[in-house]
Design a protein around this ligand. Structure first.
Ligand code: PLP
Length: 404
């Protein structure tokens, strides 16, 4: 066979990349060359980092580092199998028990990531006779799980309880199960889901209530217990998802709920059944992280102090930080909305040149016309870091006509 004449069947991908370049939303990955920290080095440049989800600075916490090293020395680098075959180590069980106690629920199962926790859970507990009533801004992993389940998906307008109720009412007489699902904290806008109202609706319509607390874990609630604790709706949320990849500083996701829910996921959660479990170092790191949440609450206090300060100053500078035709951020996630994708990307590049790392986010991650850079506070930014970042944001924002 003459391979030289074979046409490349992937040329359409090249064409699509060219499209992105024409739109100005093509990007190169920035490469971190030292630790994930408030000030660090990307692509050879030292920058103030406003882009990570390392809310509490735990990626470099000495106790977590030591826990990972000790687990590696004792148990090696990998678990060697999926959980259901031979890959359940005692560290995995200890972590699940610890999280269940922390969340004050019967049981917990840990997945490889928050993404697989959501997609694996939604697709496992629902089938094609069922209904998923989902906020329009819910995370991609919820959307993928909903699609995989083959249940009928009914989307309600962002945080709109009236619309959520309409959707629930429209399927009230159908026999299938109903799942009402929301992000606890929305990842692109930093606003908080209306949990009490949604719990009322779930109870009224007999729906399963599920909350994805990825950005609330370690951030909201007592010692970072999340939005369920923040709103005191304990016992009213059937399925609580959290991540170990953001504030917890390592990697993973978990589902908390009843013993039956967790045992069912042990048997039917596809990422749990078909993908290898965490290395012992990761499980040990997460165990140590939950100790830190309980013993060092001052980290969360600092996170919120920085958040309040930074948001106030950004507002004073005249940035649109949400609330005008967009949800208003209530958390350390602060969008600086500029509109066009091309402008958001240029804003991000110019900030980087002047020493501030803040990622540009455009369609399809956020709606057309609502492109932004997203700034995230951490507990480890110093006041000097923030003053310096604000100075750069002001200068570049004026130069690009984003603020006057
Ligand atoms: C980040 C995120 C996830 C995924 O968590 P990972 O642990 O990074 O896979 C899920 N849901 C929401 C809302 C998120 O922001």
């Amino acid at each position: 066979m003459n391979t030289a004449t074979r046409t490349n069947p992937l040329t359409f991908l090249h064409d699509q990349l060219e499209d992105l370049k024409a739109k100005g939303t093509y990007f190169h990955l920035r490469v971190l060359q030292d630790e994930q920290a408030a000030v660090c080095t990307f692509d050879g440049k030292k920058v103030i980092n406003l882009a990570s989800n390392n809310y509490l600075g735990l990626t470099t916490h000495p106790k977590l580092r030591e826990a990972a090293l000790e687990a590696t020395r004792k148990y090696g680098v990998g678990s060697g199998a999926v959980r259901t075959i031979a890959g359940t180590m005692s560290l995995h069980m200890q972590l699940e028990e610890k999280i269940a106690r922390f969340k004050n629920v019967e049981a917990c199962v840990v997945f490889q990531s928050g993404f697989t926790a959501n997609s694996g859970t939604v697709s496992a507990i629902l089938g094609k006779e069922d209904f998923i009533i989902s906020d329009e801004l819910n995370h991609a992993s919820i959307i993928d799980g909903a699609r995989l389940s083959r249940a009928k998906i009914l989307v309600f307008r962002h945080k709109d309880l009236g619309h959520a109720e309409e959707q629930l009412a429209s399927v009230r007489d159908q026999p299938g199960h109903k799942l009402l699902i929301t992000d606890g904290v929305f990842s692109m806008d930093g606003d908080v889901g209306p949990l009490p109202g949604l719990c009322d609706l779930a109870e009224k319509y007999g729906a399963i209530m599920m909350v994805d607390d990825a950005h609330a874990s370690g951030v909201l609630g007592r010692n970072g217990r999340g939005t369920i604790d923040h709103f005191n709706v304990h016992g009213r949320v059937d399925v609580q998802v959290g991540t170990l990849s953001k504030a917890i500083g390592a990697l993973g996701g978990y589902v908390c709920g009843s013993r039956d829910l967790i045992e069912f996921l042990y048997h039917r959660g596809r990422p749990f059944l078909f993908s290898t479990s965490h290395p012992p170092s990761v499980a040990a790191t997460c165990l140590a992280a939950f100790d830190v949440l309980e013993k060092e609450p001052e980290r969360i206090d600092r996170l919120w102090e920085n958040t309040r300060f930074f948001k106030k100053e950004l507002g004073n500078l005249g940035f649109n930080i949400g609330g005008k035709n967009t949800p208003a951020s209530e958390t350390p996630i602060t969008p600086l909305i500029v509109g066009e994708g091309r402008l958001a990307m240029e804003f991000s590049r110019e900030l980087f040149k002047e020493g501030v790392m803040a990622t540009g986010i455009a369609f399809p991650t956020v709606p057309e016309g609502k492109a932004r850079i997203r700034a995230i506070m951490t507990a480890t930014h110093t006041r000097e870091d923030l003053d310096q970042a604000l100075e750069v944001l002001k200068r570049v924002g004026k130069r690009l006509g984003i603020i006057s």
